[in-house]
Design a protein around this ligand. Structure first.
Ligand code: G3H
Ligand code: 13P
Ligand code: ZN
Length: 307
């Protein structure tokens, strides 16, 4: 069906306590993988494009790929701008048919973050597009203690209450100990679940967990076995998703895990088939691995059959 608005998806996820997966895409194969996973699980999903994904694929081309694939299935699929930089980028995405945008002014002082987010909310409301904003700085809790406290600090509960009241954003990305990429934790995940619950109690709206990949150990192992080098990479465990969702998270962002299973599959294929150079024989299996990873995540997030 046509691209769906996130507002309806959020209401149900918030009420029934499951999370919708955000899967980042920047090419045909990842988008096919995600849409097929959604169809097979009868699950709502969010396809997300970051600034660099848009630059890589071209906005017209990426939207065309997403729309045509979304039209081919009945599962609800939203298209979301991930970590939008400013109002101009939000406007461009809305004009091209994105159904949700994130404005990430979390680097700015609170007043400035509120001002920028309010502008984007006013713009998005005219077209029914939902707005996700971010408050706090992503980064490991351990890092906050040991490294530079300026670069990693958790979302403040009182600030979150004021931020949501004043901006009227639809969803809030919170900093609770996760971080982007493959190096999230030194070992076991350390996530401030209590803080998620406290923020949720105050703001009520769907909370978003960024930096939520598991850093799939099997994929990391396979990458290293076939010539890659990824040391000491750790992400979330299955229990972390359950606890985050029961504390109030309704949207979980996954990018790194898709990249890892993709790279692992390609490395293995190339190593074991030195004579192979047909892109379809290499990208096809990698696409299947991404699809299976997305299905695995959809199951963990509890969004199977919630279409
Ligand atoms: O939040 C970051 C996402 O994983 C997007 O990463 O800017 O490399 O596309 P990217
Ligand atoms: P990961 O790097 O953990 O996949 O997080 C992705 C993300 O938060 C995109 O916004
Ligand atoms: Zn993110």
């Amino acid at each position: 069906m046509a691209l769906d608005l996130l507002s309806r998806m959020y209401v149900r996820a918030n009420r029934e306590k499951y999370a919708i997966g955000q899967f980042n895409v920047s090419n045909l194969e990842f988008t096919q993988a995600a849409v097929q996973a959604a169809a097979e699980c009868n699950a709502p999903i969010i396809l997300a494009a970051s600034s660099s994904a848009i630059k890589y694929a071209g906005i017209e081309q990426l939207v065309a790929i997403v729309k045509s694939l979304a039209n081919s299935v009945s599962a609800p699929i939203a298209l979301h701008l991930d970590h939008g930089a400013d109002i101009n980028q939000a406007r461009e995405c809305i004009e091209h048919g994105f159904t949700s945008v994130m404005i990430d002014a979390s680097h700015a002082p609170l007043e400035e973050n509120i001002r920028i987010t309010k502008e984007v909310v006013a713009l998005a409301r005219r077209s029914g597009v939902t707005v996700e904003a971010e408050l706090g700085r992503l980064g490991g809790i351990e890092d906050e203690v040991e490294v530079d406290a300026k670069d990693a600090h958790l979302t403040d509960v009182n600030e979150a209450e004021r931020f949501v009241r004043e901006t009227r954003c639809d969803a809030l990305a919170v900093a609770v100990g996760t971080s982007h990429g493959a190096y999230k934790f030194k070992g076991k995940p350390v996530i401030a679940f209590d803080r998620i619950a406290e923020i949720k109690k105050r703001v009520g709206i769907p909370l978003v967990l960024h930096g939520a990949s598991s850093v799939e150990p099997a994929a990391v192992e396979m990458i290293n076995k076939y010539g890659g080098k990824i040391d000491d990479a750790h992400g979330l465990d299955d229990e972390s998703y359950k606890r985050a969702i029961s504390a109030g998270v309704c949207k979980v962002n996954i990018d790194t895990d898709l990249r890892l299973v993709w790279a692992a599959t390609l490395r293995k294929l190339l190593a074991e088939n030195p004579g192979e150079f047909d892109p379809r024989k290499l990208l096809g299996p990698a696409r299947e691995a991404v699809r299976d990873e997305i299905k695995h995540k959809i199951k963990l997030l509890g969004s199977v059959a919630k279409a």
